[in-house]
Design a protein around this ligand. Structure first.
Ligand code: PXL
Length: 268
């Protein structure tokens, strides 16, 4: 059985980060271990939130993992929240990787042309360094713009996204998947290839919901670690997200009800 470490925040309420990664990864038969970077009352799309930074506890956690010779077959990184955590993430890869461990990084710091609350360009610069270590990165279009110092534009086309991916390929040797590519009335992922990229188009639903990027990353990772390729893993993740959105009560405002999909065992 594969053992993965997912490093991101624990938002007590909000159907994002660890509260989606854990159940989803576990449901695919992967042992999901966690490195919580902070505990928040709820995610930062609510009006207010509390934030307990756990960075100071991580060296202690590492000390005990070292003593017990713990290693991981993969890492999934999401919302970290502080630039300082990037160095800690690198230390984590150095100390706790099993042979051939895969590093999957969803940069999670921006969307719709803007940084999330509490993030700055210093964080972006630290992420730019961290993605050098990745086997796969999953930025959305806004994050790809920030990482490559490209001005975001709301109306873009395939050429724009391909150029973003090319610029990202100068920052990492990892595989590049740009998520949430949206134009011409559809949504897609771009899987970068030096000579030819693939664009996987899906039905664009009329509602935008919070936390879907975290769900995409978890389902993608679970499928990829189970042996599927990039293309098939993206297809599964996109379908899962779409099904979650469709099943979510219209007045449920802070996330998607992915539990309804897991409960029915209708994974793919
Ligand atoms: O879904 C990304 C995410 C994760 N964790 C926290 C967030 C966000 C996005 O805003 O605020 C705490």
């Amino acid at each position: 059985m594969k053992r993965i470490l997912t490093m991101q925040d624990l938002s007590c309420v909000g159907q994002c980060s660890l509260t989606v990664a854990l159940p989803i990864l576990s449901s695919y038969g992967i042992e999901a271990c966690v490195l919580p970077t902070a505990v928040l009352s709820n995610h930062t799309m609510f009006k207010t939130w509390s934030y307990l930074d756990l960075t100071g506890e991580i060296p202690n956690i590492f000390k005990h993992w070292k003593e017990s010779e713990i290693e991981f077959d993969a890492f999934l990184l999401g919302y970290l929240g502080k630039a300082e955590l990037m160095d800690i993430a690198e230390k984590c890869f150095d100390e706790f990787s099993a042979d051939g461990a895969q590093i999957i990084i969803d940069p999670v710091f921006a969307d719709n042309g803007k940084l999330y609350a509490g993030f700055d360009l210093n964080y972006v610069a630290a992420m730019r360094r961290l993605i050098k270590r990745a086997d796969i990165i999953l930025p959305n279009v806004t994050e790809a713009c920030f990482l490559t110092d490209t001005e975001y534009k709301k109306d873009y086309d395939g050429v724009f996204v391909q150029k973003l991916a090319e610029k990202l390929s100068r920052l990492t040797d990892g595989k590049i998947i740009i998520t949430g590519v949206e134009f011409g009335g559809s949504i897609a992922e771009l899987i970068y290839g030096k000579n030819k990229s693939e664009i996987l188009w899906h039905e664009l639903l009329p509602v935008k919901k919070h936390g879907t990027g975290d769900i995409f990353a978890s389902v993608f990772t679970a499928n990829y670690l189970s042996g599927k390729g990039l293309h098939a893993s993206c297809e599964c993740a996109a379908k899962f997200v779409r099904d979650c959105i469709k099943k979510t009560d219209p007045d449920h405002f802070y996330g998607v009800q992915f539990e309804k999909i897991l409960k029915n065992g209708v994974k793919n």
